[in-house]
Design a protein. Structure first.
Ligand SMILES: [Zn+2]
Lengths: 258, 191
């Protein structure tokens, strides 16, 4: 990988569109090339600026009402058609299939797999941390206070980055237990929500593209980078969680000037 | 046929309507005003309802956005033909690059960082003035966070085109941020 090749793939890289191998090659080039780091930083800045400058236009209430009115009109027509065509006993079946539909959604979302078990564990870890009000062992918004705290508590040193300027404020850290081992849990605040970031040393794969899952209303986002396994969990929407993960990935490579 | 009808309505309400914001947002960015965007979002939803029986995919948002996109482009073709025919990509971007180069003639510090206080209004204006094909990929990527593959499916172009449109649009916006250049005068009338 040279600077030119990196330049061509930079957009796709920041968009998370590259395979694990190319991603790894880019990241190893980035580690040692100051000018490409600067290019990445500029790319991140322009994207942040675009994000702030592009409002998301939410559907106005009267549009929602208009559409619901149309749907009710349609429902009435179809309901009358239905009553005219079908006998009463089949009505119960029709109603219960609506209920069944809801139930099948839950099943699809909770389909088990290898990573799924870890996903459930981190989601439980997240919920536990909120319910027991045991969010942090070390409470600090300063990454330089939180990072050293883990020394001596764990056999590895988790990377700690505060993203307060991007809206994700570091609140502290604690020890947790996931995947049969002690892990670092970093706590971030985003708007009124809490994000738990679980970190432990990765297995064989040292870098991989992110995966996301939803379970019981929580979003979990997983990736490996520089030999560490990361799981971010929260009740915020997946788009925001994805953004959080992306920012973390980039601050690991090209930390913003302090 | 009547058997599944009201069942289908419930399913529609459950899987498609949650994406009404996305539908309105895309239409709003493509046409530039609330009034037309509302009409187009409503028309798209009604069209989606009509074809819903044939939808068996898992991604209702992408499916609805495809309908919004097509409905809106049909509308643009009827009402603002010039907007679609005037956006010859290369002309726009060549003119844009030329105007930035002129601004760039005054020797600027190569270390210039993007200003944190980049004028958001100016940038938003620049996005609004991007040719519509570029605006749609920007909205789908930056606001809906969709992968290239889905953007390609929604807009009906190859993945490579999505990638290059995104790269060029961002590059253009970056030039505006660093140089303070505005959209080129000579193509502004066509946008
Ligand atoms: Zn380089």
């Amino acid at each position: 990988m040279d600077c030119n090749e990196l330049n061509v793939t930079l957009n796709a890289y920041v968009d998370g569109e590259l395979d694990a191998l190319t991603t790894a090659r880019i990241e190893s080039h980035l580690q040692s090339c100051a000018s490409c780091q600067r290019r990445l930083r500029e790319q991140m800045d322009v994207r942040a600026a675009i994000k702030t400058a592009t409002p998301y236009f939410k559907a106005p209430a009267n549009l929602r009402n208009r559409i619901h009115a149309e749907l009710h009109k349609e429902a009435k027509t179809r309901w009358l058609d239905y009553l005219n065509t079908w006998r009463w006993p089949s009505m119960g079946a029709a109603l219960s299939s609506v209920v069944l539909f809801g139930a099948s959604l839950v099943l699809v979302l909770s389909m088990p797999s290898a990573d799924e078990l870890v996903a459930r564990e981190v989601v439980s870890g997240h919920v536990r941390s909120l319910m027991a009000e045991h969010l942090t062992d070390i409470r600090s918004t300063d990454q330089h206070t939180v990072k050293p705290w883990f020394i001596g508590q764990l056999d590895f040193s988790p990377p700690v980055h505060d993203l307060a300027t991007q809206g994700f404020a570091l609140a502290g850290g604690r020890l947790d237990y996931v995947n049969n081992r002690q892990v670092a849990a970093l706590v971030y605040h985003y708007r009124k929500h809490v994000i738990n970031l679980f970190i432990w040393p990765a297995g064989k794969e040292t870098t991989s593209n992110p995966n996301e899952r939803e379970w019981q209303g929580y979003a979990a986002y997983e990736w490996t980078q520089a030999g560490m396994q990361f799981w971010a969990v929260s009740d915020i929407n997946t788009t925001d969680l994805r953004q959080f993960a992306r920012l973390l990935r980039f601050s690991a490579i090209a930390p913003p000037p302090q | 046929m009547a058997k599944n009808n009201h069942n289908e309505l419930a399913r529609f309400e459950h899987c498609v309507l949650p994406h009404l914001d996305a539908a309105f947002n895309l239409a709003r960015w493509l046409v530039g005003n609330d009034h037309d965007a509302q009409d187009l979002a409503q028309e798209s939803c009604m069209r989606a309802l009509k074809y819903f029986a044939g939808f068996h995919g898992s991604d209702a948002r992408a499916w609805l956005l495809t309908i919004v996109r097509n409905t809106t482009f049909t509308w643009l073709r009827q009402h603002r033909m010039q907007e679609l025919t005037m956006t010859i990509e290369d002309d726009y971007f060549d003119a844009a690059a030329a105007s930035s180069e002129i601004v760039g003639l005054s020797p600027s510090n190569p270390e210039t960082q993007l200003s944190q206080q980049a004028d958001a209004d100016q940038l938003r204006q620049a996005i609004e003035q991007l040719p519509v094909e570029f605006r749609e990929v920007m909205v789908l990527r930056e606001l809906e966070d969709l992968p290239y593959k889905q953007i390609a499916a929604i807009t009906g172009v190859p993945v490579g085109t999505v990638m290059s449109r995104l790269a060029r649009a961002r590059k253009r916006l970056q030039q505006i941020l660093t140089s303070g250049a505005t959209a080129p005068e000579n193509t502004a009338h066509g946008l």
